[in-house]
Design a protein around this ligand. Structure first.
Ligand code: ADP
Length: 202
């Protein structure tokens, strides 16, 4: 049901915190030869470098709250306008609520583009919580405190999960079981995308 495929691949990966979407997103993007556009990574890099944006969003991200939609959408638009995203991209962490979906729609419609597929990585809340507790130990992310994690999962269920309903009406959602071996999960994603006629770069 996708529009005619032109060789560019525009993907979105969605899943709760701890679903492994960051890891899988990088693998899929690499296979398709497209850049990952991760809002979480963009914010973390800016915080690390102490930029004005970083200073603006540090407290918000540490609390596990969402950065204001207008600001986030402006940053994503800038990023998607860069030459390396002209032939496709994989979005990770954006859009995260229905307001951001409409911002992204406006931007893509202006470029006569659309998303080819939305990969939903499905993982039970208990499993997510366990994985995040491990990550908190390994990576020491300042937003991986117990309170911030629980808050982010709540926001996911309340604000992010509903975006899937929007994309489902467009027939572009592939729900992938995110529990199991990492390579196996990657293969599940490739199979689903392949079934849509989305082929990896040679
Ligand atoms: P996680 O998926 O573990 O919550 P991310 O790396 O995706 O981590 O995001 C980290 C933080 O960055 C979020 O908790 C939020 O504060 C901010 N953020 C990321 N993406 C968005 C977005 N699309 N809209 C608003 N805030 C965002």
């Amino acid at each position: 049901m996708t529009a005619q495929h032109t060789g560019s691949t525009r993907l979105l990966i969605v899943g709760p915190q701890g679903s492994g979407k960051g890891t899988q997103g990088v693998r899929v993007a690499e296979a398709f030869g497209i850049p990952v556009v991760s809002t979480g990574d963009i914010f973390r890099a800016n915080i690390k470098e102490g930029t004005e944006l970083g200073q603006q969003v540090k407290e918000i991200t540490d609390a596990g709250d969402l950065v204001p939609d207008e600001l986030t959408s402006a940053i994503v638009r800038d990023r998607l306008a860069q030459p390396d995203a002209a032939h496709g991209f994989l979005l990770d962490g954006y859009p995260r609520n229905v307001a951001q979906v409409s911002h992204l729609d406006d931007f893509l419609i202006g470029r006569e583009e659309s998303l080819d597929a939305v990969i939903e990585l499905s993982v039970p809340r208990e499993e997510s919580l366990q994985r995040l507790a491990l990550r908190a130990k390994d990576q020491g992310r300042t937003d991986d405190t117990e309170a911030a994690i629980a808050h982010r999962l709540d926001i996911y269920e309340r604000e992010t999960a509903p975006i899937l309903a929007v994309y489902r009406t467009r027939g572009i959602v592939d729900t992938i079981d995110g529990v199991g071996d990492l390579d196996e999960i990657t293969e599940r994603i490739f199979a689903a995308l392949g079934a849509r006629g989305l082929q990896r770069a040679a």
